[in-house]
Design a protein around this ligand. Structure first.
Ligand code: NAP
Length: 399
């Protein structure tokens, strides 16, 4: 938008895009510390020089713009362009409005990434324009905005935004043998998984993984100590979690079990006596029905969920088309005949066959790489997202 009505906004330069990308990068430093608020970064540039950088560091703390203005010092931002990954807020919340701070600092131009959909916080762009500041934004599509801040932009009341992580061998196995805990990938992947956990509302595994691996599902490694540790969950339709499981260690807080009416009441009572929070959800023959169960979780306030397997639970989520992001960590090893295939009897595979959408491809439906695969130690880490329907920017041009 432009304050001088009728004049088209100036196109963004390469430098504009670079500074906005830098703002996004800075914002990511808030992972695990600011949610459910969005991660936001800000870069102030004057005469081609960065004069201040900031990001939203802590939930309830100063916003990215205010931190960047403080870094620029008094009068440091006069005449500058502010690159902000999210539209500056215009409401008096836990902190004063950023629009007012930018205006008072004499910022000349604001380029922002995502539109703020908040009823009270949104609309900052228009407010800045009314104050005579040149405003360019939103630069990001809705899909981009969601990718950067799923906990903030995923607004569906039906279910949380779901991320699935699986570690695989080159021959597609998730464990070396049935009933055996296997470290498929190396320590670098483990650190990345703990970093991921830190920014999620919940972390979930299937009952067999809970029985075989006896995991803790806490954040113990990596660079981020979460402000709010994720809720640890097990999809345990028959209530089979052994009472001596590490998940039930009272030191780690309650574990949340999703079970069905098939769970024997005595077993449920025993688990509750060990501190577990048990929720009975719809299901058949001990199988939790994923859609209704996820609806229950969303209603309980869980916005983002990381599923860490195993294969049966992963297949159930993929088949119901409930996964939004997929992290695959592929190890350079073979497990051969005895290996546990990622998906039993080819389940989940139809979606995987749709996977090879190369980076940057115009995939309209299926899975697309959203970042280049990278090496973590000797393992390859891949990030894909589910593309549902056609993206806005891919619509055919009018005839
Ligand atoms: N490489 C990796 O990334 C990774 C990650 C996690 C686990 N693992 C390995 O994977 C193996 C376990 O995986 P898995 O596929 O056998 O089991 P799983 O997916 O961990 O758990 C499946 C179990 O969850 C319960 N369940 C309830 N409702 C369900 C539903 N709608 N869909 C699916 N499951 C439901 C059932 O428990 P009941 O059996 O009680 O009926 C089912 O057998 C272990 O060897 C573990 O080490 C590997």
């Amino acid at each position: 938008m432009d304050p001088e009505a009728g004049r088209p906004p100036e196109p963004l330069t390469d430098a504009d895009h670079r500074y906005l990308a830098r703002a996004v990068e800075l914002g990511r430093r808030g992972w695990g510390r600011v949610h459910p608020n969005p991660m936001v970064g800000c870069v102030l540039v004057r005469d081609g020089q960065v004069v201040g950088e900031g990001w939203h560091r802590e939930w309830g703390g100063p916003h990215a713009e205010v931190n960047a203005l403080a870094a620029a010092g008094p009068d440091g931002a006069r005449g500058a362009t502010a690159y902000v990954s999210l539209e500056p807020c215009r409401h008096e919340g836990k902190t004063p409005p950023c629009t007012r701070a930018l205006e008072a600092a004499g910022v000349r131009r604001v380029v922002y990434g995502a539109r703020d959909p908040g009823r009270h916080s949104g609309g900052g762009g228009e407010e800045l324009a009314r104050a005579g500041i040149q405003v360019v934004g939103p630069v990001f599509s809705e899909a981009q905005a969601l990718r950067e801040n799923p906990g903030f932009f995923h607004r569906s009341p039906a279910r949380p935004w779901i991320c699935l992580k699986l570690a695989l061998s080159l021959d597609g196995a998730i464990a070396a043998a049935r009933g055996e805990r296997t470290a498929v990938t190396g320590p670098e992947v483990q650190v990345e998984v703990h970093r991921l956990r830190a920014g999620m509302d919940a972390v979930m595994v299937g009952a067999r993984t809970a029985r075989v691996d006896d995991p803790l599902l806490t954040v113990r490694l990596g660079p981020v100590a979460p402000r709010v540790p994720p809720v640890r969950m097990v999809v345990d339709g028959r209530g089979t979690l052994p009472p001596d499981s590490r998940l039930l260690d009272p030191e780690e807080g309650p574990v949340h079990l999703l079970t069905t009416a098939a769970a024997p009441p005595g077993q449920v009572a025993a688990l509750e006596a060990r501190g577990a929070r048990v929720t009975v959800v719809p299901g058949r023959e001990g199988r939790v029905a994923p859609g209704p169960a996820l609806h229950v979780l969303r209603a309980s306030g869980i916005r983002t969920l990381l599923c860490e397997g195993g294969g049966r639970l992963a297949a159930a989520l993929l088949e119901a088309d409930l996964v939004d992001r997929l992290h695959l960590a592929v190890a350079p090893r073979f497990f051969g005949e005895g290996g546990v295939p990622a998906f039993p009897r080819g389940r989940g595979l139809p979606l995987f066959q749709a996977l090879p959408a190369p980076p940057g491809s115009r995939a309209r439906e299926g899975w697309a790489f959203v970042e280049a695969p990278r090496l973590l130690g000797s393992d390859v880490w891949m990030t894909l997202e589910r593309i549902r329907g056609r993206r806005e920017e891919e619509q055919d041009p009018p005839e």
